[in-house]
Design a protein around this ligand. Structure first.
Ligand code: HEM
Length: 190
């Protein structure tokens, strides 16, 4: 339980940036799927779709880093830089999931910057790790909000962002036959 007004303020900044990171993480994943499948290309063009994907994941990482760094300013409860880098050092499973998510996001960004040193297939497989990484971030977000006692207020907004993201990801991976067979999508004539 946070008691001092100072720590409460710090925690609110951390929570606010965490919520922005969550939204941009989901948007980044959707736009990643749109870039691969080309679903938005006719509407927005390939360059703009790819650019939006990069923008969303960059914002997600920036807000996530801000969220994590904010904890360094807590006064009553000491959080050191090592606690933000080494999973399970001085926090629970929930915090460890957050640490791993940020580190994996950084690794994916670095691998993209160093793309020309990798074979395209290698990079693609690495980049696809983005899907489980977002799942870890989502798990951490729900667990973190529960620990903070904010889940009762946040769960609906969380689902409003999460459900369309899950739909885009399932449309990306499940075979089209499944959707047309269930009558959810119409087969296009060539
Ligand atoms: C170094 C990385 C991270 C650390 C150390 C960290 C730490 C924390 C801590 C300590 C909490 C409070 C609950 C608890 O004690 O577990 C929390 C909550 C939360 N975190 Fe993180 N986190 C990290 C990364 C992330 C990332 C990448 C996201 C993006 C999706 C995120 C989203 C959230 C959300 C949404 C909450 C709940 C905020 C609320 O109560 O409104 N965190 N995090």
């Amino acid at each position: 339980m946070i008691e001092s007004p100072h720590d409460l303020g710090v925690h609110q900044v951390a929570a606010l940036s965490a919520r922005a990171a969550f939204v941009f993480l989901c948007l980044g994943l959707c736009w990643g799927a749109f870039t691969t499948t080309g679903w938005l290309h006719r509407l927005a063009g390939r360059q703009a779709t790819r650019g939006s994907h990069v923008l969303f994941v960059t914002l997600a990482l920036a807000f996530a880093v801000l969220h994590a760094l904010a904890f360094l300013f807590m006064q009553d409860e000491y959080v050191g830089p090592a606690d933000l880098i080494i999973p399970l050092r001085d926090g629970g499973i929930s915090q460890a999931l957050g640490v791993v998510t940020v580190e994996a996001m950084l690794a994916l960004m670095i691998s993209t910057a160093a793309q020309r040193f990798l074979r395209h297939r290698q990079w693609l497989w690495l980049h696809r790790l983005g899907y489980p990484v977002v799942a870890l971030g989502v798990l951490h977000s729900f667990a973190g909000a529960m620990i903070d006692g904010h889940l009762a207020v946040l769960w609906l907004t969380g689902l409003v962002v999460l459900v369309p993201t899950a739909l885009v990801v399932s449309l990306r991976f499940l075979p089209g036959r499944l959707w047309t067979g269930a009558g959810l999508l119409k087969e296009m004539e060539r």
